[in-house]
Design a protein around this ligand. Structure first.
Ligand code: ADP
Ligand code: MG
Length: 386
């Protein structure tokens, strides 16, 4: 039977994670720092988290034997990505505490259900239409064009998205997407993007990290800034309140990241959510007394949550595989020694053997006494990296 929720799972126990990517790796590192052993389930024998975990189970996410092994090793289980099959989480939850729960993950992995949940929580999202079948194309409101067609499931880093200007382009794009369930979102005039990470315990207590201002390039997160001047105070307050109500509405347990658009004129619109730590929260590893991964450990283990305190302004630069290819197809290692000569630079590399364009290889956190110092260092580092 599932363990009762009251007693925390203390250091010395084993924490499990579905998925062996960089988010799993950073969870493993944090769990180990706090004295836990770890178990990772990932089909890839060579995964970033598998490399550093006490146990690695090389099995598929729906493999019943693999799931049984994970439940046998781990005292509680979390996930590092939203596309883990919800039935697998349900299955694991029979034996062990699992957070976030299958129901919340099932909503987060489907843009249609996700938007319905946001609306239920009273948080506005972009004007959109749901496309389930060809007949729905004819009913699309002209006002949604130009727009972005997004597959309801399995999109990330801008993948699964097509920009469309006309009805004809929309029909062609939907065909190209294979006629699967999609949403068409109106293209909005963005001033900037931001996100908020909340953590909610089994007792319903919630804490959050300060809102993060995010810059995307080609649909992939490039830079996150977190400091006093990164956005107007009323936007920060609204985003925080919205993220908390979205987590509350899910009766969420774990770490949740909610992404927002801030429109020209200041209106806040929710974009999407991730039922896990998020790339935009990586700054917290070096500039907050409690990182998003410690929050994941604490919520999973049922440990107390305390409100994190940011102790430095922060800028995070994502390190994509493109940095390994400054000229042509022959990869080179970026000039780490030069970058690390700058004060307040914290290098995180995910241990991926092969650099590829668009692949997340690591990130650089920059901290300092004030935002001017941090920005100066971040600009310098970016220039060195090319
Ligand atoms: P993903 O799952 O790939 O992160 P998103 O829905 O977050 O997908 O879209 C990726 C990026 O594309 C966003 O961060 C934003 O920069 C841009 N974008 C997405 N939807 C819209 C929109 N409706 N209007 C304007 N820009 C958008
Ligand atoms: Mg996104």
């Amino acid at each position: 039977a599932a363990r009762e929720s009251s007693a925390p799972i203390l250091p010395g126990a084993t924490l499990g994670v579905m998925g062996g990517g960089q988010l799993g790796r950073m969870f493993v590192h944090e769990a180990q720092r706090m004295g836990y052993a770890t178990a990772v389930l990932d089909p890839d024998p060579d995964s970033p988290a598998g490399h550093v975990s006490h146990h690695h189970i090389p099995a598929g996410y729906a493999d019943v034997d693999g799931l049984a092994r994970l439940a046998g090793l781990a005292d509680a289980i979390t996930t590092e990505f939203e596309n883990v099959p919800a039935p697998s989480l349900q299955h694991l939850a029979v034996a062990r505490p699992v957070s976030p729960g299958a129901a919340a993950v099932a909503i987060a992995q489907d843009r249609i259900r996700e938007k319905a949940h946001f609306t239920r929580c009273g948080v506005s999202c972009a004007p959109h239409a749901v496309l389930q079948e060809a007949a729905d194309l004819a009913n699309v409101d002209e006002d949604l064009l130009p727009g972005i067609l997004k597959t309801a499931r399995l999109g990330y880093d801008g993948k699964g998205q097509q920009r469309v200007r006309t009805r004809d382009e929309l029909a062609a794009a939907w065909q190209a997407a294979g006629g699967v369930a999609c949403v068409l979102e109106k293209m909005l005039p963005l001033d900037f993007e931001c996100s908020v990470i909340v953590a909610r315990g089994r007792d319903g207590l919630m804490v959050h990290l300060p809102p993060q201002r995010n810059l995307h390039r080609d649909g992939i997160l490039a830079v996150t800034e977190v400091h006093e001047y990164s956005m107007p105070a009323d936007v920060a307050e609204q985003a925080t309140a919205a993220a908390r109500s979205i987590a509350e509405g899910l009766e969420y347990v774990g770490v949740l990241c909610v992404e927002f658009f801030v429109l020209m004129g200041g209106t806040l619109v929710v974009n999407e959510m991730a039922p896990r730590p998020h790339n935009s929260g990586h700054w917290s590893m070096d500039a907050s007394d409690v990182s998003q991964f410690e929050l994941q450990v604490r919520t999973l283990a049922g440990l107390p949550l305390t409100q994190p305190r940011q102790h430095s302004p922060a800028i995070m630069l994502n390190l994509l595989g493109d940095l390994w290819f400054p000229d042509g197809d022959t990869p080179r290692e970026p000039p780490w020694a030069d970058v690390l000569a700058l004060p307040g630079v914290h290098l995180h590399l995910y241990g991926k053997a092969e650099a590829r364009r668009g692949r997340k290889m690591g990130h650089l956190n920059v901290t300092g006494a004030d935002i001017d110092a941090v920005r100066g260092t971040a600009d310098f580092a970016a220039a060195l990296l090319g």
